[in-house]
Structures are given as C-alpha cells and as structure tokens.
Ligand binder design. Sequence first.
Ligand code: ADP
Ligand code: ADP
Ligand code: MG
Length: 666
Amino acid sequence: MFSKILIANRGEVAVRIIKTARRMGIATVVVYSEADADSLAVEMADQTVAIGPAPAAESYLVAEKIIAAAEATHAQAIHPGFGFLSENAGFARACAAAGIVFIGPNPDAIDAMGDKIASKRFATAAGVSVVPGHVGEIADGAQAAKVSHEIGYPVMIKASAGGGGKGIRVAWNDRDVEEGFAAVRAEAKAAFGDDRIFIEKFIESPRHVEIQVLGDAHGHVVHLFERECSIQRRNQKVIEEAPSPLLDAETRAAMGAQAVALAKAVNYNSAGTVEFVAGQDQSFYFLEMNTRLQVEHPVTELVTGIDLVEQMIRVAAGEPLGFTQDDLAIKGWAIESRVYAEDPLRRFLPSIGRLVRYEAPVEGDAGGYIVRNDAGVREGDEISMFYDPMIAKLSTWAETRLEAIDGMGRALEDFHIEGPSQNLAFLAAVMDQDRYRSGVISTNYIPDEFPEGFHWVAPTHFQADLMTAAGAYMHRLLAARARRQGNGLAGPLTRTEWVVAIDKAKRPVVLADIEDGLVVTLPDEDRALTLTDVDWRPGRSLFRGQLDGRAFTATIEQADEGFIIRHRAARARVLVLTPLSAAMHERLPEKVKADTSKLVVSPMPGLVVTMEAVAGQTVREGEVVCIIEAMKMQNIIRAEREGVVKAVNATAGDSVAADDVLVEFA
Ligand code: ADP
Ligand code: ADP
Ligand code: MG
C-alpha cells in the first residue's frame, strides 16, 4: 500500500479523499491555487504545494506542475478527484512516465470512454444500446441543421468533451440549432479546450439512471447497483438517490450486466460510472461513461457500505477486489442534495461571495436516519467565480425512501448559510412535494414543477403554527431583555393577549410562559400550541424547538419590524402586535413596488460578451438583448416584451453586478 498520495483537486472532493486516506494510514499532499491557500483541504492535508494562480488553466489543469509537486514530495500516487485532470488520459500517461501511480483507470480506458463520440462508438460495438444520433463530429452550422433534420427534432447538441452539464443544448427547430451550435461550440472551447460537437436524439422526459462499476487490475469487475439522478437543472444534477425508484430487480440486473460488459471490454480497473437515460417503461440507452469518481458517489457508499475512494486506492495499488458481485447488496435508501451557490428565485443563476455564516447539520445518527455532509468549506470561506459553485453535498440514509426524504428535509432545516444565495429552500421544497415523494420523476422535474424558478410556498398549517409560536417566543424574550435594560417602550410584560401577523393573516393569541418554551392559546380556533425545548438566543439565525412534540428548525432574520421566519420552503414576515396596534396596522397603506418592467437588469454577476441592443432600436419580445458570461456559461438575455431602446448602459467586455441595469426601454 502507498504511504503517501497527492490529491490533484480542491474543495469537498479533496477533503473527502483526505478522510479516507487518513483512515487507511496514508499521508496526503494537497496542491492548491492562490485562491485556495486558506482552504479546509489545505488545512487538513499533511503537506501542501502551491501550484499557481486561481484560474484552473494556470493551476489545477497544469499536469507538469502537479507531477512536479508529487515528485518533490515523494508521493507515490495521485488521486485526481473529479473534474480537472480526472478524465485526462494524457495526464494519466504522464504520471506513469514519471513513475507515479494514477488513481483511476488505465489511460486506454479513459481514451475509449472519456470522450462521448468515441465511447458511443465503442458501446455500440460492445452491444450496449445507445441513444440514436449522429455518432461523429459536426463540422459547421449547415451540417448541424442537416443532421438534425435526419435525426428528427428535438435533438441535443453536445460537446464530445463535455461534462458537468456544460456544452449541452436542446434544439427544437432550425433556429435553435443555428443559435445552439455556435453557443455550445464556444462553451466547449472555453470550458474544455475542445470544440468537437455531435448531435443525438433528445429523449423527452426521461430519467437519468447510472450504474456504479468497480474493477481491479486482475480482470474483476463488479457493479454497485444504480443511482437515479433525474432531478436536474441545466442538465446538471441537483438531487440524487440510490437505489432508483424506477428499476425492478430484473432491469437492475440487465443494466448492471451491460455496464459490467462495457467496463470489461476496456479492462476497466477503477471506479467508474456508466450513465443511461431511461424511459418510464424502464427501457434504457447508454449516454456516456464517466471514468472517475462521481460527484454523487456518497449515496452508493451509504447503501452498499463500500468506501469507493478506498477501493480506488486499493485497486490502484494492485490489490484484487476483496468481494464479488454476490457479496454486494443494497441496504436501505440514500438521498443526496447538492447545496449550490445559486439563486433559485432567479432561475438558479449562479451566485458567488463569502460564506458570512456557514452552519452545517451534525453528521451521524440523527435518530431514524443518518446524516452525511461532504463539504470543503468553513464559515468565512469564499465561493469564488473560478470554480464549481457547489457549497456542500448533504446526504441522508434511512431504511426506506420516505424516511430518507424526511431526514433530508430535517437536515436541510439545520443547514444555515449567509452570504452567497443558495438553494436550501428549493431543496426543501422538493423534499415536501408529493410528486417527488411518489418517486415518479423525470429529468423534466424542475422545469415542470418550477417553470418560473422557485417561489416561496404558502406556509402549511404546521408551519403557520410554528411561525406563530416562534415569533411570539422571540418577541417575549426581546421584550423582557429590553425591560431589563430599562427601555420604557418595551411595554408591560404582563400582557398575555397579543395578535400575531403572519404576512397578512392575523391571529389573536394568549401566551403563557413555560420553561424553555411557551403555550400559545388560539382562542378563535379553540386550541393551543405547545412550544418546548427552544434553543434560540437573540442574534442567532437558527431557532430550534419542538411544536407539540415535533422537532423543527427555522431560520430567523430580524427585520425592521418583526421577524422574517423561514421554515423549509415557506417564508413569512411575522409581527407580534398588541390588539390595538394590530387594528392600526390594518389601515397602514402598503408600499408600492418600483416599476422595473422597462429595465433589463443583469440577473447575475458576470461579463458582458455581446451587447446587441442599440439605442433607438425597436426590440421584439424574445429578441436577444445581450449575452452575459458567468461561471463559464453563456447566458442569453432576451427582451421580455416589445419596446424601443432608450439607453444602453453596458458594452461587450464590461463586468456587471447582479441587478445592474443593462438596457432601459422608453
Ligand atoms: P456528470 O458528468 O454526469 O454531470 P457529475 O455530476 O458526477 O457527473 O460530475 C460533473 C463533472 O463536472 C465533475 O467532474 C465535476 O467536477 C465537473 N464540474 C461540474 N461543474 C463544474 C464547473 N463549474 N467547473 C469545472 N468542473 C465542473
Ligand atoms: P455530462 O457529461 O454533462 O454529464 P451527459 O451526456 O451525461 O453530459 O448529459 C447530462 C444530462 O443531460 C443527462 O443526465 C440527461 O439528463 C440529459 N441528457 C443527455 N443526453 C440526453 C438525451 N439524448 N436525451 C435526453 N436527455 C439527455
Ligand atoms: Mg453525464
């Protein structure tokens, strides 16, 4: 076994690999860019080596620097993690040439499988069913249109070197192909340095089901069953689970056998993933093979009990697999939620910034379910524009799917992040949706269920009750404190009759203090709420407690007036008023919102790539106004209605902030 390995990656996956290496008694070397000098991975590693500036092209993607770091620190092997050099056969060969073991498959397998065009040809030859399409490189827009006609719309334009949902676009007609072909090509060139494009049939409303495979250097290959990753936005996975609610035992075995056959055909000798799109009828087609550790590997680890990073290290060191297919079984159910720095209220556009507050749920047995959080950040760290916007991967395991989902809902409540926008409330919304809970999902789930992006949902009865009780509790605690500090305005503490307003809904209450809690009588409803086990102090963002015995955690923001309380996907302004001021409140005029319909604002921080709008021009609805690049993605900004351009406030090359006014209409 190795005594020291180098990790050629950053963030959560670097931390993930360090944890297993440590448990195996292997020392770790972490390489880092200038942006990551103070990162958690750097703090945890036994040794570190600086490899250059923040842009990955000048640090994490420079093979020579990484191999030099391994040589200088006498690391015997390199784990590439995912992304960066993980699927780069040239890098794997360079490691071998330097006498360093690449912890991944052999370079020929990467060549055969790591490229989408090559792997589809290979899979076809191996008898695996593939998505119909043109398995070859497309030269230009004209050929793209011709091929698309032959395949029949809708089609998917894909970068052969693509990954992480980048370099993919659906086209429904010629116009989409024209626009999409150039955009995918530019995106592929920027993200992967490779602009080869192919086109295949777009399977409508499919499910994404993938098989985890694991091989060794002695010809053994097993599969560790499937993961379902159908909850996606922009073709990027957001929520994954294992097993898949779609598959029956027979289909599972058939898919597993195909994946193993494909892996065996390339002498696959590491962990890898064979991805399929599947119909609701369990028909399935090969998509691609990822020749690396997969982001969502934790759900497989949770249901099989196998540590995939450990297995990768062992087989790389030449050990034969210590188990056969028959030794493997699925136990229970696991869900993973990717916590992204993005704004679900703005159609999931990426966000960046400092983690002013970062509090993750406690890992381990939570009573009925297990919590695991894979993260590479701490409070105070920066989510920068240079790398992936993922903040953490939160996973839960339980005996059944619904218990794992409920555990995820609770774990998400206990996650608190301030700074960049994040998708915690969105993730919680999915956990609470009947359709998700039913398991009848597809890759269209997010566009179907959240066509305009995420919006706050109305509080359920339970949520309205907990907001009432928590609001009243905080109000009482703050009033008592103000009184102790001699603030005469705090009012008499002896008052027990109040009105709690949850947004516009007002509810008379009668309050009675109990230890670490409050009894809230609702005279109009002829019942009472009992709040107990409260864990909250003024200034704290998380309010924990039990309402009528049911545990909850809510997020608190102190507003100018009252509190903003969020519980999962519901959010409301909560005011605690005296009956008199409640009556006065009724008569206050509402603030009118500014009219922004005549403005085109930047939906995210980014770089203006092109500005199409010209002052004086008449723009039709849906016409392209400008293109903004953020997180290496080109985002087309279109006019939401017809109008005459009055002013253009940005030009190509400008960097803009979220909400900057780009174009004004007359
Ligand atoms: P899939 O390739 O099927 O989406 P995963 O979600 O496991 O499978 O992996 C996505 C891959 O793309 C990973 O290698 C991940 O590190 C990489 N990736 C995702 N987003 C980015 C990004 N913004 N920049 C660089 N790499 C990324
Ligand atoms: P990446 O390397 O970026 O992961 P994939 O080829 O795996 O690229 O595709 C990413 C996602 O896009 C898939 O998980 C699936 O949801 C969707 N997708 C890809 N190809 C097709 C297709 N032909 N039809 C329908 N959906 C597809
Ligand atoms: Mg994929």
